[in-house]
Design a protein around this ligand. Sequence first.
Ligand SMILES: [Fe+2]
Length: 466
Amino acid sequence: MPDYRLGFESLRHELHDPDLPVQGDWPDWLTGTLFRNGPAQFEVGEEEYAHWFDGHAMLHAFRMDGGTVGYRNRFVQSQSRTEALQDGRIVRSEFATDPCMSIFGRVMSTFNPQPTDNASINVARLDDQYVALTATPLPVAFDPETLETAGVVEYADDVAADMSTPHPHVEPGTGRLLTQMLSFGRQCQYKIGAIPPDSRTRELLATLSVDRPSYMHSFGMTEHYVVLSEWPLTVNPLDLLLRGKPFIENFEWRPEGGTRFRVLRKRDGAEVATLAADPAFGFHHVNAFERDGAVVCDIVTYPDASIIDDLYLDRLRSDDPTPGTGHLRRYTLPLDGGAASSRVLGDEQIELPRIHEAAAVARPYEYVYGIGTRQEGQFSDQLVKMGVPDGMTQTWHEPGTHPGEPVFVPHPEGTAEDDGVVLSVVLDPAGEESFLLLLDADSFTERARATVPHPIPFGFHGQFFE
Ligand SMILES: [Fe+2]
């Protein structure tokens, strides 16, 4: 029976079609390329990756010009993939897959670490390069025309980091890329780095020592501050050395510790506020801004970290899948300390949240776009546009189809925050294909679609570049 599970099957086919069939009215003004990233190969030889986050990265490029849409897809030729294909087995450890089964192999891999460069999560501009990103500090450069892999970009600094968020922020005004890192060691450290435009140097803005680091996928940024959300999913770094489990399985859910928000001032790295909140978990900060002596921080949250378990491939391919969506929660973090307060915005579930970055980052704002859940037992079966803070929603859905992360692209002469279009790669299992959907962002209704002649596995994130 064709269903969304096709989105968790490997796609080995690479193709280039300069002129996809388009239905509807593709806007003439929309010139640029939507790059999408996500896993596309979930097994090597007889071995299977365990988790949605583990599969080999594939880039997809949708090039738009004068009302036409071209498409190309290509695997990221990471060392992780290259070594795996050469050996016919999984070689490097991924988020939830660990090939080092023996003590010997484990110790060797600890002292001769080969962190994964399987950059499957996001896409960014770094210096003069287009890069694919994952949660290790190994951005992989690619050619924006051909999608050919150019190799890992070396930073021009000596910052030690083992983890690096795949969700850096572009700072309004300066264009700096702000990133959050984590280094493991006798003393673990969170680090905030700023990479100036046209640079590969991470200038350290803040460093915080931590005994049991929290698993954090993204962070918040306002005009003057950055916000770390320390969910109570934490690790004893020694366990990473000794326990021999896949990376994420060393983290423990300790709700008694609650969530801790740490507000750091960009100017001098000072921790200006530390705030306690109820236990929760989240992957995605949506936006944050300063108001009335507080930082307002919107995050898609879950009651606990079981969402990570729900995203193992065997669960996703089972008859009892996760909806894969959480709730948009607004935290208010007083800068004079005390406790954080929070409330859920709206009733709709949401994930892979996006905003009108150029207009809304680090400011009070009006709209969040994301994937959603319309029907229990489905995976991402609608797109959601949610008003903030009122939680009013508009939705798009088409029975039997499954949309991916919606990317907002503003109209060049637009004034309203939602004057533009929303682009989403939608899986059509019955047709064994995908299509790039284009919604008018204001009305949240379809304006056009361009059909791709193969099914694109569910991906994570993408960016539109002119
Ligand atoms: Fe993400």
